[in-house]
Design a protein around this ligand. Structure first.
Ligand code: MSP
Length: 512
């Protein structure tokens, strides 16, 4: 069986976390990729889910007098409901407490063990329970606080199974060398390479001090390290180990989208586990940046955590999706603020896109009784430029999307929207109407609908519900879902006679 499916993943989220815009960011980005690929006619498998084992969850559950699984079952809906609300089109949702996953982790562990890459030893180091990460004395730099989250670390000494990560130092470096696009963006790749060059210690991959996890095969006193457990979700969902036929159609992942904080796990540990088990490696790991809020790190204690539910309730899912991907070049850090969000809604969604659609369709309602006119005049010079601009935009969007550069795709689209609003101003259909120049008026209005048709296709991965609404308003008889990206690279598919509808403002304006 050969690989046939484009496979995109988000990390699996800690089930007891309350979702915030940082979580929404990874998932929205993955959704945009999935929708873009489907629009290109590719088969897509888009996976997200929840990470449910580990000491932190065990402690939280015990503190509230619950079993860990009860806690997980109770809170997993926070993620499921948010993804529905944000229009996330995932094909599967994996929970690490599911039977299929337990089987998969057990099998991966067994394979790596059989390869001789797991041995029993003793571990002693500093440990951050919150991040489930061990830290060396050097990494702590004399402090007793976790370098990632700032919480106190604990001294931990226990019998532990180790994975021979040190053995994979050279194979990993060779792999990065042979696959220069594996880690994106390039500056992150350099960070990972220098980390690996600095030397890899064997990795402790089991615990005995708590029990909420997947037991080590043949030694259930140990549970498997949460990261070994969690990373394996990416092969569980496509069918490992029970349905290897389906598995080989989907795996390897084409892209793992992750935040920069968990790149090390995905770009070092994960490929090493897979190499050891003799499984193919993912094609790309893309690490995005970190969101702050009004210049500050989000934290419960500061009370500045932005709940994506609130943003969606107030502005709609498309506004949040658009803002997250437009505001920051994908890969860099960004800052969330209400002022910035409203600025983009008013300036770009309402005045830019919304205005173009509403004035164009409004004029067709007024001057053409709502029917798209026949473009009778042979294409004029200005219309030729519109056509070229549209075609160039579609090419730019495609190229940017293949490079996971959402901001570049959106910049190109809004450049085209600006161009089209200028086209309306300069070709002044109202004067053509007044002077009775029906032929030219028909051509201009048809050109507008044709451009809006292309815009709806280009925008669909980013703002699916607004695009569907725009599509409905231009009156195309085909459903948007039946369209292909290649139709955005074709000029002239808008048919005279389509019944348009101006409707209410697509994006209301907000007070700052
Ligand atoms: N459970 C692990 C992942 C295991 S994957 C095999 C985990 N979960 S998490 O819930 O803490 O984070 C999930 C994702 O959210 C990560 O990609 C992380 O980078 C992202 N973000 C969490 N906070 C964020 C910001 N403030 N800004 C941007 N992304 C952030 O890690």
């Amino acid at each position: 069986m050969e690989k046939k499916v484009f496979y995109v993943t988000t990390p699996i989220y800690y089930v007891n976390d309350v979702p915030h815009i940082g979580h929404a960011y990874t998932t929205v980005a993955a959704d945009v990729i999935a929708r873009f690929k489907r629009l290109k006619g590719e088969k897509v498998f888009f996976l997200t889910g929840t990470d449910e084992h580990g000491q932190k969850i065990e402690r939280t559950a015990r503190a509230s007098g619950e079993e860990p699984i009860e806690l997980a079952n109770r809170v997993v809906v926070r993620f499921k409901e948010l993804w529905k609300k944000l229009n996330i089109s995932n094909d599967d949702f994996i929970r690490t407490t599911e039977e299929r996953h337990i089987k998969s982790v057990t099998e991966l562990f067994r394979r790596v063990f059989e390869k001789g890459d797991i041995y029993l030893g003793e571990y002693e180091d500093w440990y951050c329970v919150f991040d489930e990460t061990f830290w060396t004395e050097t990494q702590l730099g004399g402090s007793r606080l976790c370098p990632d989250c700032g919480r106190p670390v604990e001294r931990l000494k226990e019998e532990s199974y180790f994975f021979r990560l040190s053995k994979y130092e050279k194979p990993l470096l060779e792999f990065y060398e042979d696959n220069p696009d594996f880690i994106q963006p390039p500056f992150r790749r350099n960070e990972v390479i220098s980390f690996v060059r600095g030397g890899l210690r064997d990795l402790s991959i089991s615990r005995t001090t708590f029990s909420w996890g997947i037991p080590v095969p043949n030694n259930p006193r140990h549970v498997i390290y949460v990261w070994f457990d969690a990373l394996t979700n990416y092969i569980t969902a496509p069918g490992f180990p029970d349905d290897m036929e389906r598995f080989s159609e989907i795996w390897p992942a084409d892209i793992h989208l992750v935040g920069k904080d968990i790149l090390r796990f995905h770009a070092i540990y994960w490929p090493a586990f897979l190499m050891s088990a003799g499984l193919p490696l993912p094609k790309k790991v893309f690490a995005h940046g970190w969101w702050t809020v009004e210049g500050e790190k989000m934290s419960k204690s500061k009370g500045n955590v932005v709940d994506p539910n609130d943003i969606v309730d107030e502005f709609g899912a498309d506004v949040l999706r658009y803002f997250l991907l437009r505001e920051v070049p994908f890969g860099l850090d960004g800052d969330f603020s209400r002022t910035a969000l409203i600025g983009r809604v008013n300036g770009e969604l309402a005045n830019g896109l919304g205005n173009l659609v509403s004035r164009s369709l409004g004029m067709i309602e007024r001057y053409m009784r709502g029917r798209v006119p026949e473009p009778t005049l042979s294409v004029g010079g200005y219309e030729q430029r519109v056509r070229e601009k549209a075609m160039e935009t579609a090419r730019q969007v495609e190229e940017a999307m293949e490079e996971v550069a959402f901001h570049r795709a959106l910049n190109a689209i809004w450049d085209f929207i600006g161009f089209m609003n200028k086209y309306v101003d300069e070709s002044a259909p109202w004067s053509l109407e007044k002077s009775g120049n029906r032929e030219r008026l028909g051509l201009v209005l048809w050109t507008l609908v044709e451009s809006i048709r292309i815009l709806a296709l280009l925008l669909y991965p980013f703002i699916p519900s607004s695009s569907r609404e725009i599509w409905r308003r231009i009156g195309s008889p085909e459903p948007l879902e039946s369209q292909l990206f290649s139709y955005a690279k074709e000029w002239g598919l808008t048919r005279p006679g389509w019944q348009v509808e101006k409707g209410r403002a697509l994006f209301p304006r907000y007070e700052r």
